[in-house]
Design a binder for this molecule. Structure first.
Ligand SMILES: *[C@@H]1O[C@H](CO)[C@@H](O)[C@H](O)[C@H]1NC(C)=O
Ligand SMILES: *[C@@H]1O[C@H](CO)[C@@H](O)[C@H](O)[C@H]1NC(C)=O
Ligand SMILES: *[C@@H]1O[C@H](CO)[C@@H](O)[C@H](O)[C@H]1NC(C)=O
Ligand SMILES: *[C@@H]1O[C@H](CO)[C@@H](O)[C@H](O)[C@H]1NC(C)=O
Ligand SMILES: *[C@@H]1O[C@H](CO)[C@@H](O)[C@H](O)[C@H]1NC(C)=O
Ligand SMILES: *[C@@H]1O[C@H](CO)[C@@H](O)[C@H](O)[C@H]1NC(C)=O
Ligand SMILES: *[C@@H]1O[C@H](CO)[C@@H](O)[C@H](O)[C@H]1NC(C)=O
Ligand SMILES: *[C@@H]1O[C@H](CO)[C@@H](O)[C@H](O)[C@H]1NC(C)=O
Ligand SMILES: *[C@@H]1O[C@H](CO)[C@@H](O)[C@H](O)[C@H]1NC(C)=O
Ligand SMILES: *[C@@H]1O[C@H](CO)[C@@H](O)[C@H](O)[C@H]1NC(C)=O
Ligand SMILES: *[C@@H]1O[C@H](CO)[C@@H](O)[C@H](O)[C@H]1NC(C)=O
Length: 819
């Protein structure tokens, strides 16, 4: 067909006829039935919409094709171009072309696929055994009914709502609207709107991605005994009414004329219950001359803030955040992340870069590799794993940067909340104070290896950088126009690196910027400890005294533990400061916090927070009342967490070198706090190792100390294994007084018991543990792994925690003394 030349009249006529046939196509097939007689049926066909219409033609019941995927048996507004669907039968199970809905001779309404003879759906009125259907009808109010000969409605779509209610429709107690999955996907989604049998109208979200429990995010709080129903009256107002018609609770009061407007209220796929109106003609509308659905009310008004899912993801998926766009929650990904499914933003976002490597033993300059994406007024709720008080934003940034677990952090009023992956319940809203920073890998420092996470990435090679410079340089040089720019760049780079050096030096001169370590004079220490009056412990390295720091106006009095060292052997003042700096930068709830220090000529002291419940040694081996099994296991886990932080969480890796019960302190709630860490370097005299110079305590010391092997974090894992056995069995590893010789060394005996499957021997005085022998076995197995001869065979502290928490299985351990 060509439109360039004028068409001769016969063609025009034929075209006109064709067009008007197209236009009337609907009407031709839209037998505007008043009654659907028994034996009638509709067939789902491509390009031939078949339906039963209401007398006015406003509503239709029949098949609609959904995105070329299949057919939906539905009711829709037939006089508007959108053909908005208000009810559907088979959203979860679309049917193919050729499927049939039939009103059988005996009054059943069935949806069947003839090829497979499969019944997909049927109108169920089986609760009325005397029901006899005489006809069906699509009513003008949008209700499709099966009626008896005296026009009693025995089944009606108004009583079987999907996600929409229409004017004149009422829902009785026990009714639920289910949101569809997406605007164009009629499968059941996450949200429901339920008029409960207790009279309360509640909006629920299924915990995404699981549906273990449902989370209510809005409720009318109208619990009452008398009958109550959800009404949408003729003017479209929506309210809860009691049986005498009195209004109990109003959801959408606006009165709108049904003569001028189409109306509907729907629980939409985003979990918001909205009421819409649509002008029937462009002249009747005061709202707009545009013919479209306009939202009159939304419940709740800001979904992003109201839905906080304790166990799931919030309005948007993991790692994404929600923003309220005129009452509509919209999901977004932060920079560095992208939608898992670009067609379904509710599925959440995935990280587009390789995560920070926790195994990196060197203090890598993370600031070179990672940066922050800023989200003012943003937050991710229920994602926190750690927080700091009274810190600066810079501290928050540095701390998150140095911590491989930190995916993002929220900084607000001096509080720094570190957040772990996957981030959940994200939102940006002007009502949220502070800002959230999301850690992302810098461009050009993204994955270069396809062998998964890690190796080589976080240990950047100087060579690589130089060669990049050379390449860039030669490209630029090849065009003489760029010569000046290149020179300028070089100058800038040189100046910048000089500046960097300078600031570094200045920082070393300053005392620990960004931290509030107190630098005490020796006189002050004497005052605090009242001339070293109360000694609370002593060991090979020094003596600990109790002290009282007087109020300074900001803080009240508080107790401290002051550690005086026998022989600090740090070469220089800078070295001492560097070590104290490293200790002071640690901040973890399972580490004893360093509050301050004193570094006068002869006296080096460290001031720690005071722990009121002494050490693990005193509760495990002391005469005081012992801890129960649950608390001991908790302490084992907390100790492991503290150690993991030392190994992987701080900017400078810290090997403790002296893990033993005496160094695990207990606070007022019997939470474990690792103490005396960071002293290894401070006290070390010599790099060469002989048995006399071993840091650490006999019995807890890993075999590599005695051999000429490098000392790694695995020495702590070994000591932790011994400690774990002591925690399990409530006894010392070495007990000379034990009558049975085979039981003298706990680590040997424990393996024997494990191998002989009589672990009950180990805990026979502990009823609680006796009742939980399965756990006892698990912990013994973990301990056995930790005390393997070969450091490589021992797990990392991260693995230990994963085994304790049950996220990884504990394999069968080899005999630690076998090799
Ligand atoms: C459309 O379907 C109806 C029955 O549902 C049928 O009578 C009619 O012939 C069909 N039209 C076309 C063009 O296939
Ligand atoms: C059950 O069906 C009969 C006969 O069609 C009808 O008269 C009666 O009202 C129905 N009962 C209910 C509870 O719908
Ligand atoms: C529909 O059928 C019923 C029962 O046969 C009859 O009473 C009623 O008048 C019919 N309605 C219309 C609009 O034809
Ligand atoms: C609708 O969404 C569900 C859940 O994601 C999916 O299983 C189904 O295939 C989708 N249906 C269509 C027609 O796209
Ligand atoms: C949550 O809602 C679903 C309906 O989608 C229901 O089947 C399930 O039993 C509910 N779970 C709980 C714990 O109430
Ligand atoms: C509601 O009904 C229950 C039992 O049906 C009854 O025990 C309770 O007292 C009633 N509550 C009120 C407020 O009437
Ligand atoms: C309807 O019932 C409520 C209690 O449910 C009562 O407070 C109200 O007065 C009643 N109204 C009428 C008109 O009877
Ligand atoms: C519908 O309810 C509203 C109150 O919410 C009332 O003002 C209005 O008159 C009612 N309309 C009809 C037709 O009953
Ligand atoms: C629409 O506007 C007309 C006059 O402009 C007014 O009389 C009528 O009340 C308005 N209707 C509504 C629903 O606001
Ligand atoms: C998104 O939808 C488009 C069109 O419906 C489709 O071509 C594309 O494959 C979809 N993308 C994904 C990731 O599912
Ligand atoms: C990538 O990381 C390396 C090493 O930390 C750093 O030297 C380099 O500048 C970084 N590259 C970019 C583009 O930031």
């Amino acid at each position: 067909m060509t439109f360039i030349q004028p068409l001769p009249p016969p063609y025009l006529l034929r075209l006109f006829l064709f067009l008007s046939w197209l236009l009337q196509f609907h009407v031709l097939n839209a037998q505007t039935y008043t009654n659907v007689t028994l034996g009638s049926s509709l067939i789902a066909q491509d390009n031939n919409i078949s339906f039963w219409g209401s007398p006015s033609g406003e509503f239709a019941f029949g098949f609609r094709q959904i995105q070329k995927v299949g057919f939906l048996l539905a009711i829709w507004f037939d006089k508007i171009p959108e053909k908005t669907i208000v009810w559907s039968a088979n959203g979860d199970n679309l049917v193919p072309s050729g499927s049939k809905v039939e009103l059988t001779a005996n009054g059943n309404l069935n949806l069947i696929v003839p090829e497979t003879r499969e019944q997909i759906w049927k109108a169920d009125y089986s609760d009325n055994i005397t029901a006899v259907i005489a006809y069906a009808a699509m009513l003008d109010i949008g209700n499709f009914v099966l009626a008896s000969s005296d026009s009693v409605h025995l089944w009606e779509t108004f009583k079987q709502p999907t996600d929409t209610i229409l004017p004149m429709q009422t829902l009785s107690r026990g009714s639920t609207l289910f949101a569809r999955y997406m605007d164009t996907n009629y499968s059941k989604g996450r949200f429901m709107f339920s008029l409960q049998s207790d009279g309360n109208l509640v909006l629920y979200a299924k915990h995404s991605p699981s549906d273990f429990d449902n989370n209510s995010y809005w409720a009318s709080d109208t619990n009452r005994n008398n009958s109550i129903e959800l009404v949408s009256n003729m003017s479209g107002s929506i309210y809860l009414a009691s049986n005498n018609g009195s209004i109990i609770y109003t959801i959408s009061p606006n009165v709108v004329s049904s003569k001028d407007f189409y109306q509907r209220a729907i629980l939409e796929h985003d979990g918001v219950f909205r009421r819409y109106v649509y002008p029937k003609s462009s002249t009747t509308s005061n709202i707009s001359t545009q013919r479209a659905w306009f939202s009159l009310s939304t419940t709740p008004s800001n979904m992003c803030l109201i839905l906080v899912d304790e166990k799931g993801v919030g309005p948007c998926g993991f790692n994404s955040y929600c923003m309220n766009d005129q009452g509509r929650p919209t999901c977004h990904c932060p920079q560095g992340y992208s939608f898992i499914d670009p067609n379904d933003s509710s599925k959440g976002c995935k990280q587009d870069f390789v995560s920070q490597n926790c195994d990196d033993h060197e203090a890598s300059p993370q600031a070179d590799v990672f940066r922050f994406y800023e989200m003012p007024n943003g937050d991710w709720l229920r994602s926190d794993y750690n927080h700091f008080e009274a810190v600066t934003e810079e501290f928050c940034r540095q701390n998150c940067l140095a911590d491989c677990f930190c995916a993002a952090a929220t900084f607000r009023d001096g509080f720094c909340y570190k957040k772990k992956s996957p981030l959940s319940n994200g939102r940006i809203d002007s009502s949220i104070a502070g800002k959230t920073i999301v850690k992302i890998r810098k461009l050009g420092n993204s994955s270069t290896t396809s062998q998964g996470q890690g190796s080589g990435l976080s240990k950047p090679e100087k060579k690589g950088r130089n060669s990049t410079l050379i390449v860039v340089g030669s490209v630029l040089l090849s065009s003489s126009v760029f010569l000046n720019i290149f020179l300028l760049l070089v100058t800038l780079l040189v100046t910048r690196s000089n500046n960097l050096k300078k600031t570094k030096e200045i920082q070393q001169g300053l005392i620990f910027p960004g931290m509030d370590l107190i630098c005490f004079t020796y006189e002050e220490i004497k005052k605090i400890t009242n001339e070293f009056e109360e000694e609370i412990g002593s060991g090979a390295s020094g003596t600990v005294f109790k002290g009282l720091v007087p109020s300074d106006g900001h803080n009240g009095n508080y107790c401290v533990a002051v550690k005086r060292f026998k022989n600090i052997v740090a070469q220089s003042e800078t070295e001492f400061k560097a070590e104290v700096d490293a200790i002071g930068r640690t901040n973890h709830r399972n580490l004893v916090k360093l509050m301050g220090f004193c570094n006068s000529e002869q006296h080096q002291l460290l001031v720690y927070e005071f722990m009121s419940n002494d050490s693990l040694a005193s509760v495990l081996f002391g005469d005081s009342s012992r801890l129960n099994w649950k608390s001991r296991i908790q302490i084992a886990l907390e100790t492991a967490r503290g150690l993991l932080y030392l190994h992987q969480g701080c900017s400078t890796q810290i090997i403790h070198c002296d893990i033993k019960p005496q160094n695990i302190l207990l606070d007022e709630y019997f939470s474990a706090k690792v103490s005396d860490f960071g002293l290894a370097k401070l006290l070390k005299t010599d790099q060469s190792r002989t048995t006399t110079l071993i840091r650490g305590t006999k019995g807890y010391v890993a075999p590599e100390w005695f051999r000429n092997m490098p000392i790694t974090v695995k020495v702590d894992v070994y000591s932790y294994g011994i400690l774990l056995l002591e925690i399990i069995c409530n006894r010392k590893n070495f007990e000379a007084t034990t009558l049975v010789e085979t039981q003298m060394v706990l680590s040997d005996w424990a393996y024997d018991c494990y191998a002989a499957r009589n672990l009950d021997q180990l805990v026979k005085d502990d009823n609680e543990a006796m009742d939980d022998l399965e756990s006892v076995e698990k912990y013994v197995k973990i301990a056995m792994w930790c005390i393997q001869e070969s450091p490589e065979q021992r797990p990392t502290m991260k693995n230990v925690i994963q085994m304790i928490e049950g996220t990884i299985e504990v394999p069968i351990p080899p005999d630690p003394s076998s090799s």
